[in-house]
Structure formats: C-alpha cells, structure tokens
Design a binder for this molecule. Structure first.
Ligand code: ADP
Ligand code: MG
Length: 234
C-alpha cells in the first residue's frame, strides 16, 4: 500500500506560535514562539509545572484560541472552522457534563447538534460508552456518578465524534491515582479505536510515563527531550 502525502501530514503545526495575554506593562507571555507538529498516531504528554503554558498551547492546538504571533494550522484536517465537531476533540480537567442530561444524552449531544439523527447519535454514544466501560451508567445523571466516571464519559463524548486528534488538558488533575490511571487507560483505548493522535497535558509524571513521547514546557518555552524521529516524521 502506498502512503500518500496526506496520510503523513501533521494534524496540527505550530510555526512561531506565541500567545501573550494583555498588553503593555501588564502583558504575560504565556507561550514563547513555538515550532512543533503533532503527527497522525502521535501519543504524547505535554508536561510542565502549573503556569508553564500547557493549557495555552493545547488551546491553540485545539483552535479554541489564536496565537498573538506566528501561526497554527491543521494540514491534515483543514481550516480552523473544520475542527469541531469531529476531527479535534478536547477534554478538560473539570466536570463538563450537562447536569440535566443523562450520561448517554451527554455523549450523544454533540452529534445531535452536528445534525445526526437521534438514533445514530445514540448508537454512536452506546459504542463509545462501551469502550470506556460505562454502559451500565448510561441512564444516570452526572450527579449520580463519580469524578473518574465523569471523565471517562467525557472521553466517550470525544470519541463519539470520531476524532483524529484528541487533546486532553490535565484530564486527571482532579482524580486520585487509580481513577487517573483509568482515565489514561480509556484515553489510550479511545485513540487506538479512533486511530487518532493523543496529546495529554499533565504535571503528573506517572501519567506522562504512560506515553511514548514527552514534551516539556517551562515558563512558556517548549522543549522536546528525547525527540525521536518518529514524533516528527511518522
Ligand atoms: P498551565 O496550563 O501550564 O498551568 P497556562 O497555559 O494556563 O499554564 O498559563 C500560562 C501563563 O499564562 C500563566 O502565567 C497564566 O497565569 C497566564 N494566563 C493564562 N491564561 C490567562 C488569561 N486568560 N489572562 C491572563 N493570563 C493568563
Ligand atoms: Mg492548565
């Protein structure tokens, strides 16, 4: 089988991408000019202390925010407005489920909003809930499940959109170690199932060591230690 140029194009590319908040004397440089690419099938951890710029970089990669300098593009996907719903899924640290909806309805909602029929959306939600081992809780409300289960539901919701790039911003930050490990398990399983790339930001090294590639941020400066050729050119 021949590999086409499209198949190897990065999902996201940052070229001199920087983000400053505010202006003048009160400006904060959250991210220094940064060059990086996330290849299809990448599995990488973005580590750094609190305030080092992890969320800033992840939000740029997600197209949730725009750089104040440089550019962020999605060569294998398309324009910034093509990212959601679908190709780029984001999972945040805190609870993000809508309280009045059941777990299954929460997972199906983005698909319904994107125009899927109720039936198709719920079928996809079921498949995703199965993958994260939450089918038995499908009819519960968010307040009836634990924090770890809610994060797994958020992974299911991301997965149901058949993403090509899954970005998780400190997804285990509010969980104990066992529940955090379970969330990393389902993120890895979701990425495998969707054939997607996975980026997890974390300040927890036990999370980072689950991923083959680790990028480090310090004071808004990205370094890629142990850069393997595969991170860049796969
Ligand atoms: P991390 O996710 O690693 O904790 P962030 O990307 O959230 O780091 O923040 C990087 C820096 O940018 C920090 O100094 C933070 O205070 C600052 N920052 C982040 N968001 C904002 C904002 N909306 N307004 C002003 N400063 C911000
Ligand atoms: Mg953050």
């Amino acid at each position: 089988m021949s590999i086409t140029a499209t198949a190897t194009e990065p999902l996201v590319r940052c070229e001199g991408a920087a983000r400053t908040y505010g202006t003048g004397a009160t400006a904060t440089v959250a991210l220094q000019p940064t060059d990086c690419e996330v290849a299809p099938h990448a599995r990488l951890a973005l580590v750094g202390p609190s305030g080092s710029g992890k969320s800033t970089l992840l939000h740029l990669m997600a197209g949730l925010d725009a750089p104040t300098l440089g550019s962020v593009t999605w060569p294998a996907i398309g324009d910034r407005d093509a990212l959601r719903p679908g190709p780029v899924a984001v999972i945040f640290q805190g609870p993000s489920l809508l309280p009045p909806l059941t777990i299954e309805e929460n997972v199906a909602l983005p698909l319904v909003l994107a125009g899927a029929t109720d039936r198709d959306a719920h079928l996809a939600a079921r498949v995703a809930l199965e993958l994260v081992d939450l089918v038995e809780l499908a009819d519960k409300l968010p307040e009836e499940i634990s924090g770890g289960q809610a994060q797994r539901a958020a992974v299911a919701r991301a997965l149901a959109g058949e993403p090509r790039l899954i970005l998780a911003d400190e997804p285990t930050g509010q969980l104990d170690r066992a529940n955090g490990a379970a969330v990393v398990d389902v993120l890895l399983a979701a990425a495998e199932h969707a054939n997607a790339a996975l980026v997890i930001s974390t300040h927890d090294l036990t999370v980072a060591e689950r991923l083959p590639d680790v990028w480090e941020l310090h004071s808004g400066r990205l370094t890629i230690p142990n850069a393997k050729e595969t991170s860049w050119s796969r």
